[in-house]
Design a protein around this ligand. Structure first.
Ligand SMILES: Nc1nc2c(ncn2[C@@H]2O[C@H](COP(=O)(O)O[C@H]3[C@@H](O)[C@H](n4cnc5c(=O)[nH]c(N)nc54)O[C@@H]3COP(=O)(O)O)[C@@H](O)[C@H]2O)c(=O)[nH]1
Length: 863
């Protein structure tokens, strides 16, 4: 392809030819002028003239242009070889002939206007395609008619016809080439700019303008340096140096600052050219490389992402591995070259069947993506879980060319999940299902039992002695014991049954698949329950200790459509309490009456808590009489003034207060009230000698600071310790006797007295009875009641009196309701009494009135 420069040079050559030709014609005209001045040149003359001017004629013959001379009569005077050859004649055959005869009528008519103009002395020039006389050749010709004027008279005219086909073609080619270049210039996606050596823009294409984001006019007012950030100054200098040395610069990359201040990365190439004016200019090709930079950045990101922590492999459409990253190599245990060319089935474990993989590939084919948990095998054989995500990569025509699979090793996460699962659903000490798991299984079992028309049972198991063992032997031993219990329970049930630990020493066994008949189902559950009772009763070897424990089991059956999980668990719990109440080491079934009583108890508990907060209690005082006529003091008995139920008996609420430990704040309140009362009575001579007996519960006495509490109350109230008598029950002396003796001794030393309540009903050991710092024994009212009719009770009463005497203790009988009872007791040596015969428990004011009356009567009786 010709360059624009080449065309320009060629045009210049042609132009020079033309000018030379014209100059030659002019010269010949001048030369021929005198010779032709006598008239038309005859043929013979031509040769004469040629002879006279052989050089010019030979030149004319050798010129490519057709040259001829015609007189005013339009007869040919001469023509050169090119002219005659065009017409297929010799010059001599043309000489003297009329122009019409030579060129033909048609062309003559065509040229006539030019001929006439020439004859008028007007030079003519026109371009025309002229066919050869035989019509075979058509030439683009420049025809010139030059009048031959001598002294103002036209003597003829010269015709010169130059073949300008090649010039024309060159012009056409040049124009086409220029248009092509212009099109390329304008349409080029690359920016193209021409600048002078000062960087001022002479020309630029649209792509360049867009790249710089300036209007064309704005850009023309700028120079190259205004687009170039300062930081490129050094590099620019190097490129200019290269341009000066080699005529080229670049390629190099830099940035242009756009009109909005943003920077656009570009790659430049340039050449130095000489302009038409001889000035040096620079053509620059400027490529916007934002996209390629972004792609490069993407590629770098993709490359670094490929080498991420996640295992990645690329599979081709034939399912062959074509690329793996380091993470995949590390997690699989295979070297990269062991994997390349293989199929992913290399990793397969036996955890998934063929259908699993078939559905994976089917999912990929349909959606182009698949993800899920896959258990694969490492090179060393270990099977481990992965989270696999596969994406199909599509080609331009939509066909799948590759698959990219990411593998995340989730073995640690799985282990953590399992751990969480264990923590959430299993008891860490025994590894048995915990409450949550039990509820889950029971939920299913309830539905299943109804559907399968079978029954099930929940056995609520509580160890009877665990707390004591745990306190005595320590928590490690306690834990060991619980683990042993778990093992024994598991050995008592079938595989499908559930053994759960709810916490502490509470276990639940859930039996499924029992008979639909409730009676038979109860027998089946009892059989398992009895087995459990026996198993848990076996001695436990805890370190060096051999321990014994029994259990209480409550059983609730299920299998009715309306059974609810909470209800069944509650029923079994209630039945367990019934077993406890029945003396422990027992199994009880739930029955509705028990439910009602337990419900009542639950409500009472709620009320009792509120009562303690709101202090709904008061004290009644029951007189204690010595020798039948001397008021020595009173026992205070707690009364609950319930806002709705009225007066609630302590027999109903004291056991509940004990169980809920509400007895501790309640007992404290009693002690404080009594001591304040003693302090009041101390100021009244008729009452100052009276003692007050206060019942102390086991929970109070076991408080580590019990002694300090009692002493603090005495100090705060100002009561005389000698007027305070604490009543303890025998059951208090079963555990930690030494500790109890220590506490009693401390208080005894402070002046506080002690009475042993309900004596004869418990298991008092004579050995430590001697060591207790007691003041009196209290004969339980159950012996007094029948003392006159039951010889055993009478014997017990007499024995207690004798025992008290032998120990140097006082003795008081409670529940004395009749004079006969009093008389019998008096005859047996007991001279202190408490009972309805003397007084019922009375509110404070009434008791004070009773005491005043008693004192007055005594005074009246006199000594
Ligand atoms: N820890 C505390 N226990 C207390 C307190 N107040 C009372 N109680 C204990 O509640 C049980 C029931 O007491 P209560 O219903 O008050 O019965 C006592 C007397 O009312 C009753 N009693 C007295 N004399 C007779 C009688 O002649 N016949 C008869 N049937 N009952 C009679 O005996 C109960 C006295 O019991 P005791 O304490 O064993 O002396 C009872 O166990 C109370 O101890 C308290 O503040 N704290």
């Amino acid at each position: 392809m010709c360059s624009p420069d080449h065309f320009a040079a060629r045009l210049r050559e042609l132009e020079a030819d033309k000018q030379r030709l014209q100059a030659e014609v002019a010269r010949l005209t001048a030369l021929l002028g005198p010779a032709a001045g006598t008239g038309p040149v005859a043929t013979a003359d031509r040769y004469d003239a040629q002879a006279a001017h052989c050089l010019p004629l030979s030149i004319l013959d050798n010129m490519p242009a057709m040259i001829g001379y015609w007189d005013t009569e339009l007869h040919n005077c001469f023509c050169n070889q090119a002219y005659s050859t065009w017409f297929g004649l010799e010059p001599a055959q043309i000489a003297g002939r009329h122009i019409r005869d030579v060129i033909g009528e048609e062309r003559y008519q065509l040229n006539l206007p030019y001929i006439e103009a020439a004859l008028r002395g007007e030079a003519q020039a026109f371009e025309r395609a002229i066919p050869s006389p035989d019509g075979k050749v058509v030439r683009n010709a420049l025809a010139e008619y030059v009048p031959d004027v001598v002294d103002g008279t036209v003597r003829g005219f010269f015709v010169q016809v130059s073949d300008i086909s090649s010039v024309k073609q060159a012009q056409l080619d040049l124009r086409a080439s220029e248009e092509k270049l212009r099109g390329l210039f304008e349409l080029s996606p690359l920016g193209i700019a021409l600048t002078d050596m000062n960087g001022r823009f002479i020309e630029f294409n649209e792509a360049f303008r867009k790249l710089c984001a300036y209007d064309a006019d704005q850009l023309k007012a700028l120079d190259y340096w205004q687009l170039t950030p300062e930081k490129y100054a050094a590099e620019e200098a190097r490129q200019l140096d290269a341009l000066a040395r080699s005529g080229r610069y670049g390629p190099y990359e830099k940035e242009y600052r756009r009109q909005d201040g943003s920077l656009v990365p570009v790659r430049l190439n340039g050449v130095l050219v000489a302009g038409a004016d001889g000035e040096r200019h620079i053509w620059s090709i400027v490529e916007d490389i934002s996209e390629s930079r972004r792609l490069e950045a993407d590629r770098r990101v993709a490359a670094s992402a490929f080498e991420a922590q996640v295992g990645i492999m690329v599979i081709d459409s034939e399912r062959r591995i074509v690329k793996v990253n380091r993470a995949l190599v590390e997690s699989s245990g295979y070297a990269a070259d062991e994997l390349l060319g293989q199929t992913p089935s290399l990793f397969r474990s036996d955890r998934h069947d063929a259908a699993f993989y078939a559905s994976m590939w089917q999912g990929l084919a349909q959606a182009g993506v698949w993800e899920g948990e896959v258990w694969d095998r490492r090179k060393d054989g270990e099977v481990y879980p992965k989270w696999v995500s596969i994406t199909a990569v599509k080609g331009e025509s939509g066909e799948t060319t590759h698959f990219v699979a990411t593998h995340i090793d989730i073995s640690e996460r799985k282990a953590a999940e399992q751990e969480i699962q264990n923590l959430a659903f299993y008891d860490p000490l025994t590894a048995l299902p915990n409450r949550r798991q039990l509820r889950d299984r029971l939920h299913h079992a309830l539905a299943l039992s109804v559907r399968n028309q079978l029954r099930g049972a929940v056995l609520f198991i509580d160890l009877d002695n665990f707390k004591t063992l745990n306190d005595t032997l320590g928590h490690t031993a306690g834990d060991f014991l619980l683990q042993d219990v778990a093992r024994r329970l598991a050995s008592c049930v079938r595989d499908g049954d559930t053994v759960a630990r709810l916490g502490g020493d509470e276990f639940v066994v859930m039996l499924e698949g029992l008979d639909l008949d409730p009676g038979v189902a109860a027998d089946q559950a009892k059989a398992v329950g009895d087995k459990i009772l026996a198993a848990l009763k076996e001695p436990y070897q805890v370190g060096d200790h051999k321990c014994h424990s029994t259990s209480s089991i409550g059983v609730a059956l299920f299998g009715n459509p309306h059974d609810s999980m909470d209800e069944v668990l509650k029923q079994a719990d209630m039945a367990m309490y019934k077993a406890k109440a029945a003396g422990r080491d027992a199994l009880c079934f739930f029955d509705p009456a028990m439910e009602a009583s337990l419900l009542k108890r639950a409500l009472l508990e709620t009320d009792l808590r509120r009562a303690v907060e709101e202090k709904q209690f008061l004290l009644h005082y029951q007189a204690q009489i010595a020798g039948g006529d001397r008021l020595t003091g009173a026992e205070v008995l707690l009364r609950w003034q319930h806002p709705e139920l009225g007066m609630v008996s302590p027999a109903d609420f004291i056991p509940l207060a004990e169980e809920t430990r509400l007895i501790v704040p309640l007992g404290q309140w009693v002690l404080e009230t009594v001591c304040r009362q003693l302090a009041v009575w101390a100021c009244r001579p008729e009452l100052a000698h009276l003692t007050i007996a206060v019942n102390v519960s086991a929970h109070q006495l076991r408080l580590p600071d019990f002694v300090a509490r009692v002493l603090a109350v005495l100090v705060q109230s100002g009561a005389n310790p000698q007027r305070l008598k604490l009543e303890l029950t025998e059951s208090l002396l079963v555990h930690n006797v030494e500790e109890v003796i220590g506490k009693m001794s401390e208080l005894k030393a402070a002046g506080v007295g002690f009475s042993l309540d309900d004596f004869g009903t418990g298991y008092s050991s004579l050995s430590y009875l001697k060591r207790l710092p007691l003041d009196e024994l209290k004969i339980d009212q159950s012996f007094v009641r029948d003392v006159l009719v039951d010889p055993n009770d009478a014997a017990i009463a007499r024995t207690v009196v004798a025992l008290a005497r032998s120990l140097g203790l006082g003795v008081i009988a409670e529940g004395v309701e009749t004079a006969a009872q009093r008389d019998f007791l008096a005859a047996s040596g007991c001279h202190a009494y408490q009972g309805y015969f003397f007084s019922r428990p009375l509110p404070l004011e009434q008791f004070v009135a009773f005491a005043e009356k008693f004192a007055a009567e005594l005074e009246d009786a006199g000594p």
